[in-house]
Design a binder for this molecule. Structure first.
Ligand SMILES: CC(C)NC(=O)[C@H](Cc1c[nH]c2ccccc12)NC(=O)[C@H](CCCC/N=C(/NCCC(=O)O)S[C@H]1O[C@H](COP(=O)(O)OP(=O)(O)OC[C@H]2O[C@@H](n3cnc4c(N)ncnc43)[C@H](O)[C@@H]2O)[C@@H](O)[C@H]1O)NC(=O)OCc1ccccc1
Ligand SMILES: [Zn+2]
Length: 251
């Protein structure tokens, strides 16, 4: 059982005394569940696939079948994973009486929800929230189950207008869901403690959210086994994984 004695004492004090906690998570939060990050050496998705080719509106216009195939593969990969003790620890902490814990995630994998947590904001959208690229109507077609990446797969057609159904994620060059970003900034500003878990802090405007907390004097704690763009502005950094740190922090 991970014990709190491995938690840096100044971080344990902050966590114990906080009533309003805002947690910002990135791809590192889901690594221990088997979902690859984007930028980690060798294992990162962007090491193997070109984001410009696959995660932009232009790529979709250019070749929707290539994009759809890639997202269908990622959806199958994510469906084959389970939340890990870090996800469960956040859900447990959120359920504690007197605790107002808000989660804002850049992840599109729904693992926080599958761990029983309520997510305030999916700032980069949700892989499983499909919609028509034409009329915007929600689509319940789902993804075909595929195990290996395939080059191309035709997206399903929209029931309303016959347009192509696309993943509900935010592509590079697309605006973030308005409410999601604003709610995340407010949650960061109004917190007693902000935890930043498993993000490189390279993608904007999501990467600016911790700064809104810092500007209000809210303590920012980074949990990441490696140095990131967040490290310099964090008040405390804990070089640990999400799966190790969060259960110890919550126990
Ligand atoms: C790359 C970067 C330079 N580019 C951007 O930021 C761009 C452009 C830009 C805008 N403003 C800027 C300012 C400066 C520079 C550039 C920009 N931003 C945009 O395009 C945004 C939209 C960005 C959203 C892109 N979509 C994603 N995902 C969904 C899709 C999909 O999933 O396919 S971003 C994608 O990368 C994000 C960031 O990555 P991280 O989560 O941080 O993951 P990463 O792999 O980088 O790092 C993992 C970390 O985990 C750590 N780790 C590893 N293992 C563990 C472990 N076990 N435990 C804990 N931590 C761990 C590692 O050490 C590491 O630090 C992910 O969250 C993921 O969502 N849109 C927009 O600006 O629109 C404008 C606009 C405004 C109005 C109207 C019209 C347009
Ligand atoms: Zn449509």
């Amino acid at each position: 059982m991970p014990s709190s004695d491995r938690v840096p004492p100044e971080i344990l004090d902050l966590a114990r005394s906080a009533r309003r906690v805002t947690v910002l998570t990135g791809a590192g939060m889901s690594v221990e569940s088997g979902v690859p990050t984007f930028r980690d050496a060798q294992t990162g998705l962007w090491e193997r696939f070109d984001p410009v080719e696959l995660a932009t509106p232009e790529a979709w216009e250019e070749d929707p079948a290539q994009c759809w195939a890639w997202y269908a593969w990622r959806a199958s990969l994510v469906r084959g994973t389970e939340p890990h003790p870090g996800h469960l620890a956040l859900a447990q902490w959120q359920a504690r009486p007197g605790i107002d814990l808000r989660i804002s995630t850049q992840n599109v994998d729904a693992l926080h929800e599958r761990a029983g947590a309520t997510v305030l904001a999916h700032v980069h959208g949700d892989l499983f929230a499909l919609r028509c690229a034409g009329c915007g109507a929600p689509a319940d077609t789902g993804y075909p189950p595929i195990t290996e990446p395939v080059a191309r797969l035709d997206p399903p057609a929209c029931h309303q207008c016959g347009g192509l159904v696309r993943p509900g994620v935010v592509w590079f060059g697309e605006a973030l869901p308005e409410r999601a970003f604003q709610d995340s900034v407010e949650a960061a500003q109004e917190a007693d403690l902000v935890l930043v878990v498993g993000t490189s802090g390279l993608v904007y405007p999501a990467a600016s959210i911790p700064d809104f907390a810092g500007a209000r004097g809210v303590p920012v704690v980074e949990i990441n086994p490696r140095v990131s763009e967040v490290s310099a502005s964090a008040d405390h950094t804990w070089r640990a994984t999400a799966g190790q740190a969060l259960p110890a922090l919550v126990s």
